[in-house]
Ligand binder design. Structure first.
Ligand SMILES: NC(=O)c1ccc[n+]([C@@H]2O[C@H](COP(=O)([O-])OP(=O)(O)OC[C@H]3O[C@@H](n4cnc5c(N)ncnc54)[C@H](OP(=O)(O)O)[C@@H]3O)[C@@H](O)[C@H]2O)c1
Length: 310
């Protein structure tokens, strides 16, 4: 691995973060149905108590609601919290000047002067990577963010972003991508290895495969809402993996499936950011820290996961 630059070193020291898509999102997560702002406040507080001090939000989560909620919670705590948010390249907002403008709006909603990490949420054919990076460079020059990251970028898009930033002596801090025991694309296509080589932190989103890896969903009892369709093809195939996770968890003094799933992503050298809807889930997820799967267990889990995607 190359030397990690001093600006981005803090990200490599973080073992796990907290995802904030659930905060105010009704479409995928049905915010307001069986959980509300008070539950999310408890999720935030218990996570901070357990030492998880990195929150990943985005301007699009709950159309700004997630950033606003985070702003409220920050006012209620003395704890230092590291904040990551994201720029969404909407078709009507594609100038390089759109980027710092969007970040100013995010910062206003969160009630802070500068973010720790500002990420491009998705690449788009409507705006070249170089132009988006010009916007990101402007954000750092104006002191609006400490570091710059990307999300859902392929290896070649990431390398373009890396080079564009490097010309201004700015390191690319992270690439946030889908990674879990049920989605190992970035491990198989070389993106994870490339990130390690370049000192770019790979932030793993949906590390619980949106709840599937907790073992609470099956074909008889599928997840609610849009996840019923999006996760339908995986549901009939996961039994063996879930059973193995349960056995391995028991061998570690009763760790849960979610703790095994998250620990596995950490052992792979990534930074998982699980989402949670209530204090019980957040507390349980925090228990993924402080212990380690053995190399042999990681291999067993890899093999069981390979069988699913054969
Ligand atoms: N950059 C991107 O494009 C992108 C895309 C997706 C996500 N993300 C980020 O990554 C974060 C995490 O991903 P995600 O929210 O998609 O999925 P996830 O973390 O894999 O799953 C979260 C969901 O799983 C269930 N859950 C969590 N912990 C549990 C536990 N201990 N026991 C039982 N159920 C539990 C909850 O839903 P139920 O209780 O309803 O099952 C929760 O909402 C997001 O919040 C967001 O910050 C980024």
């Amino acid at each position: 691995m190359t030397d990690i630059s001093s600006e981005t070193r803090f990200l490599h020291a973080i073992e796990m973060g907290l995802g904030a898509w659930q905060w105010g999102d009704r479409t995928t997560w049905q915010y307001g149905n069986n959980y509300d702002e008070n539950d999310i406040r408890k999720v935030f507080n218990v996570s901070m108590e357990e030492g998880i001090q990195f929150v990943d939000t985005a301007e699009v989560y709950g159309s700004g609601a997630s950033e606003r909620m985070l702003g409220k919670f920050l006012k209620e705590t003395e704890q230092p919290v590291l904040i990551a948010t994201k720029y969404f390249p909407y078709p009507w907002r594609l100038r390089n000047t759109s980027v710092p403008k969007a970040l100013r709006n995010s910062l206003e909603r969160i009630g802070i002067e500068s973010a720790d990490l500002y990420q491009v949420h998705w690449p788009t054919p409507l705006m070249s990577v170089d132009r988006i990076m010009d916007g990101m460079i402007e954000c750092t020059k104006q002191g609006l963010t400490r570091t710059v990251g990307v999300s859902n970028f392929s290896q070649s898009q990431m390398l373009t972003a890396y080079s564009a930033l490097a010309r201004h002596n700015i390191p690319l801090a992270s690439n946030q991508v889908h990674y879990s025991l049920l989605n190992r694309t970035v491990e198989k296509n070389g993106l994870l290895a490339r990130c390690k080589e370049l000192g770019v932190r790979l932030i793993a989103y949906s590390p619980l495969e949106q709840g599937l890896l907790t073992g609470k969903y099956n074909t008889e009892s599928p997840p609610p809402g849009t996840r019923r369709g999006s996760l339908a093809s995986l549901l009939p195939k996961i039994d063996t993996l879930i059973k193995l996770m349960t056995t391995i968890g028991q061998d570690h003094g009763g760790k849960s499936n979610s703790q095994v799933a998250l620990n596995w992503t950490i052992q792979k050298g990534t930074l998982p950011i699980p989402g949670a809807k209530n204090v019980k889930q957040a507390q349980e997820n925090a228990g993924a820290l402080g212990w380690k799967l053995t190399d042999e267990e990681v291999t067993q889990l890899d093999e069981a996961s390979d069988l699913i995607n054969e």
